[in-house]
Design a protein around this ligand. Structure first.
Ligand code: MRU
Length: 362
């Protein structure tokens, strides 16, 4: 997508030095657009853990490039994969990318071959992520067009949570891909952007990227969604996912489940957009099985923002009050209207999912 009129991906190999991976440092956004050079797998692991890069698709792509850096350094494949795997538990794209790299690298006999294979796989993971998100946009566009026809020229109001935008992938995004496609077609639309405490990925990242693309949007407090749905101000809820079971249970940023409950109560369609790399084909029960990341309490106790030309962090809570920081929740399939994938839209049940992805049938 474009930043100040120039097209970017979120991660890429440095044009004149392919021993360096470059990425957009998302911790500085929306206040500063900064690009970081990453030269070792340890740095890549830190970039994922500290959320310089984040979002399911981008975590997978970063892990792919991390394995390439590890091969350049002559590191053991299993040790490098363990280091990257330990960074964040919920997005299944991470484990998927590491397994793809492990299998590919194993076919190389020499160190040079392993480096070449790891590079090829890292680039393929990134390119496929872009292609999948583009296709999600195409299929999701049909859904938005259908709603737009009922609105008689009035804007389609879409509510989204967290950031399942291009910043969460290599390009286009999952939940945002249909939004960008519809906007580019000239369909009038407006996006309600949940701020998404505690890290505020909605307020900081989704708002920034929608703004850069010229999409009308309004940032709302996390708790406003139910109220807006009751008033008929939301036509569609469109979110991403970090891991979805083969049966259609959806793990996404904490707070998604409450939006799905409110959507169900108000008859608002609730769609989840995902590339197939975010399906966990081994899991059947999301609430029981999906690992939920717990991050540091400091993220809840503090907030940061831009003041007098720099980022300022302040404490919100009494110093002694403990805080808990659950990163994700699981929305059971019964609350999901449909899944938008690169192969089309399916129902959140095993039969319908497997009709699109028959290669994963038992
Ligand atoms: O903790 P994050 O920022 O890596 O969480 C990921 C997310 O932004 C969301 O859960 C998103 O909706 C799904 S990832 C495409």
């Amino acid at each position: 997508m474009n930043v100040a009129g120039r097209p970017y991906r979120t991660i890429w190999l440095k044009p004149n030095d392919d021993r360096i991976v470059q990425l957009i440092d998302q911790r500085s956004l929306p206040h500063r657009f900064a690009i970081e050079d990453v030269t070792t797998v340890e740095q890549m692991a830190a970039a994922i853990r500290e959320m310089q890069v984040r979002g399911a698709g981008l975590i997978g792509a970063a892990a792919g490039y991390g394995m390439y850096l590890a091969m350049l350094a002559g590191m053991d494949v299993a040790a490098a994969a363990d280091l990257l795997r330990a960074t964040r538990p919920t997005a299944v794209n991470l484990a998927w990318a590491l397994e793809r790299q492990r299998q590919g690298i194993a076919t190389g006999a020499s160190a040079e071959q392993k480096i070449a294979l790891a590079r090829e796989t890292a680039e393929a993971i990134a390119d496929e992520d872009v292609a999948h998100c583009r296709e999600i946009g195409r299929h999701g566009l049909a859904l938005i067009e259908q709603i737009a026809r009922q609105k008689d020229g009035r804007p389609v109001n879409i509510l989204t949570h967290c950031n399942a935008g291009w910043l969460a992938f290599v390009d286009h995004g999952s939940a945002t891909a249909p939004i960008y496609a519809a906007h580019d077609r000239g369909i009038p639309l407006h996006v309600w952007v949940d701020e998404t405490r505690p890290r505020n990925q909605g307020a900081k990242l989704t708002a920034w990227e929608l703004g850069e693309h010229g999409v009308a949007h309004t940032v709302i407090a996390d708790n406003a969604g139910g109220h807006l749905m009751q008033r008929g101000e939301v036509d569609l809820v469109l979110v991403g996912t970090d891991r979805t079971t083969r049966t259609g249970d959806v793990a996404n940023k904490i707070g998604t489940y409450l939006k799905a409950l409110a959507a169900k109560d108000n008859g608002v369609p609730f769609y989840v957009a995902l590339p197939s790399t975010s399906f966990d084909w081994k899991m059947r029960d999301g609430v029981e099985e999906i690992p939920i990341e717990q991050r540091g309490a400091e993220e809840v106790k503090h907030a940061d923002g831009w003041a007098e030309g720099r980022t300022l962090e302040v404490r919100l809570t009494p110093e002694a009050s403990p805080a808990a920081n659950y990163g994700f929740d699981v929305t059971p399939r019964r609350l999901v209207s449909g899944l938008i994938t690169e192969r089309g839209i399916c129902q959140p049940n095993e039969q319908s999912i497997l009709a699109l992805f028959p290669e994963h049938a038992p």
